[in-house]
Design a protein around this ligand. Structure first.
Ligand SMILES: CC(C)(COP(=O)(O)OP(=O)(O)OC[C@H]1O[C@@H](n2cnc3c(N)ncnc32)[C@H](O)[C@@H]1OP(=O)(O)O)[C@@H](O)C(=O)NCCC(=O)NCCS
Length: 191
């Protein structure tokens, strides 16, 4: 059987899209997705793609903290991923997390990012976290800004020219969404 053309493949995507917990065996695909965006895009301020082992170690740290790391799969292929990570290390920030979402080349604009981020928010709302931040590389990143708007993240502001990549200065756009009770009630006491 010949491989489906991209068009045929997308026609089946909405039905066959599955967002699930990532597995260690997803990491080579995830490395490929991220490496593409590191090398060609401005969303990540990394300039050299980390290898699969390094990304596996980063994932292990996230899972040890009880945070979700999700994969999106279509017909057995990993086509995107999302995860939550601590915002800043000092302890008073412990109820605030940051999200990351990356979609494979050729699969953007099909609802995969929204499915991944919606599930990530839902998972994080079951934990002790009360605020989720998006720290978006490049103020021209309409895809990421649109994605976060579509899931009720508010625009907080823009840090101007804080990065320099691919020969130009880059802004970061901050967006924020409450999780659960947000800041309306104190957090649950720690066990
Ligand atoms: C940003 C990214 C994750 C979005 O994922 P996606 O699968 O393309 O987005 P979706 O198709 O799920 O779209 C989600 C929402 O964003 C909006 N959106 C997507 N691309 C958009 C664009 N280029 N301009 C404006 N809005 C856009 C959609 O309209 C949709 O909103 P709706 O449901 O209200 O119609 C993806 O394009 C990507 O991997 N980009 C490169 C890496 C990156 O920027 N990651 C984010 C790091 S903060």
């Amino acid at each position: 059987m010949t491989a489906p053309t991209p068009l045929n493949y997308f026609k089946t995507a909405p039905d066959s899209l599955c967002v699930r917990n990532s597995a260690e065996s997803d990491m080579p695909a995830i490395q490929g997705i991220y490496a593409h965006h590191v090398l060609t895009g401005l969303a990540s301020f990394e300039e050299t793609p980390p290898d699969t082992a390094e990304l596996g170690q980063r994932r292990a740290v996230i899972l040890r903290l009880g945070l979700p790391y999700l994969s999106a799969e279509i017909d057995g292929r990993v086509v995107g991923y999302s995860y939550a990570s601590p915002y800043r290390p000092r302890p008073a920030y412990r109820h605030t997390i940051e999200n990351s979402v990356y979609i494979a080349e050729g699969f953007a604009g099909r609802g995969i990012g929204k499915a991944l981020l919606r599930e990530l928010v839902a998972r994080c709302e079951t934990g002790p976290w009360r605020q989720m931040l998006a720290i978006i590389g490049d103020s021209g990143n309409a895809g990421s800004i649109g994605l976060h708007h579509s899931l009720d993240f508010r625009l907080i502001g823009t840090l101007r020219a804080v990065g320099f990549k691919h020969g130009r200065w880059l802004d970061t756009v901050l967006m924020q969404r409450e999780l659960g009770a947000g800041g309306s009630r104190p957090p649950m006491p720690q066990a």
